[in-house]
Design a binder for this molecule. Structure first.
Ligand SMILES: Cc1cc2nc3c(=O)[nH]c(=O)nc-3n(C[C@H](O)[C@H](O)[C@H](O)COP(=O)(O)O)c2cc1C
Length: 378
């Protein structure tokens, strides 16, 4: 563990420990993956101002996201099939986040259910909702999230149609994996993963199976999305979902200023500037490049969060400087989970915390909440 110093180190280990189908599912973007790459690369173009001879004692990374106190403004993003990176993955990641003091967001397309995660956590987590054609089932999900005392609903707006990720098609992605010869060999050379899976009953989409009426082939994410996701989702739906939920609402998947202004009018609590980690519209702008314009356009009408491409604490700080009040990490925590289970998720958070803390000091700041455009060299 002591030789793991970066998120890239966790990624290398996850690549060795997680069956190819699921590692590739995390490490992929749509089509040419240009937006997936840009999400990471564009952070490198942003430079900090180095400052000296300022008091750098008593630093703090504490902040708030939608009014909730966070140890640092970095939440775990909702990710589907997390329980395939590691047995009981969502439960472990939620526990790691809770102990660290950052929000965990459970995906609709998770392996462990809302109830599973609630059973192993003490503090409220967040629930991410996909809007399906079957509105009774949407209501069922909202009500279950309420019953589990989730403290925010994250409504994803950018995946009513699934972007194509070539690796998933080539690997024949399903959960649980089909017992083809390639898959059997691929799993057999990863005994640690197999042992974990053999020891849990959670191997399919437990938010859905047994809850939604007449669901077809859930195992295949792509066919299920095509059948079930509602391509007519509109701003009117946001209004009824907001009303039915009645709690804190975050709109995820905004990448355009006009949409951000519409989102601000809904009365939601925050937006997430996001392109779904480069997994949907290939050729769209990186999130970090879209952030500033959106943050400037909405001002303080709605809280602005962002995700996509964050691989270090420095990336988090750059996003905060450009107007985000909070950020999310997807792959960094998935790699940690695949590499080392719960400890790996904690490790990912610790790496990011340390990088944030040292960078903050070298930029001449003590409070993360003081980071602004002034700290960037432009
Ligand atoms: C493997 C994987 C699965 C994802 N599943 C979901 C999901 O179920 N719901 C959702 O809103 N976003 C999903 N996302 C997008 C993430 O919430 C987030 O926007 C993205 O991962 C951020 O980029 P990053 O991975 O570079 O940090 C997924 C991302 C990945 C990598």
């Amino acid at each position: 563990m002591s030789d793991i110093l970066t998120i890239a180190d966790l990624k290398d280990l996850a690549r060795r420990r997680v069956p190819k189908m699921f590692f590739d599912y995390a490490d992929s973007g749509a089509w040419t993956e240009s937006t997936y790459r840009a999400n990471e690369e564009d952070f490198q173009k942003i430079k900090f101002r180095q400052r000296v001879l300022v008091d750098m004692s008593n630093r703090s990374l504490e902040s708030t996201m939608i009014g909730q106190k966070v140890a640092m403004p970095v939440a775990l993003a909702p990710t589907g099939l997390t329980g395939m990176q590691h047995a009981d993955g969502e439960m472990l990641a939620a526990q790691a986040a809770e102990e660290f003091g950052v929000p965990f967001t459970l995906s609709t397309m998770s392996i462990c259910s809302i109830e599973d995660v609630a059973s192993v956590t003490k503090k409220p987590f967040w629930f991410q909702l996909y809007v399906l054609r079957d509105k009774d089932f949407v209501v069922n999900l909202i009500d279950r999230a309420k019953a589990a005392k989730c403290s925010a609903l994250v409504l994803t707006l950018d995946l009513q149609i699934l972007g194509q990720r070539h690796k998933d098609v080539r690997n024949g992605l399903t959960a649980p994996p089909r017992m083809t010869l390639t898959n059997i060999i691929d799993m057999a050379i990863r005994p640690r993963w197999c042992l974990g899976m053999a020891g849990t009953k959670r191997r399919t989409f437990r938010n859905i199976v047994g809850h939604a009426k007449g669901v077809g082939d859930v195992a295949s994410l792509s066919s299920w999305t095509t059948e079930q996701f509602d391509p007519q989702l509109s701003w009117k739906d946001v209004a009824w979902i907001k009303e039915r939920w009645g709690g804190k609402l975050i709109l995820k998947g905004i990448l355009d200023k006009e949409d951000a202004l519409m989102a601000a009018k809904t009365g939601a609590d925050a937006i997430i500037v996001s392109n779904h980690g480069g997994r949907q519209l290939d050729g769209a702008s990186s999130s970090i490049m879209a952030l500033e314009e959106i943050a400037d356009a909405v001002g303080d009408r709605i809280e602005v969060h962002m995700d996509g491409g964050i691989r270090s604490g420095q990336d988090v700080l750059k996003a905060l400087c450009l107007g985000a009040k909070g950020t999310y990490i997807g792959r960094p925590f998935l790699y940690g989970l695949g590499a080392l289970g719960k400890e790996g998720v904690t490790k990912a958070l610790e790496i990011i915390r340390k990088e944030m803390d040292i960078t903050l000091a070298l930029c001449g700041k003590r409070l993360v909440t003081d980071m602004g455009k002034d700290q960037l060299r432009r």
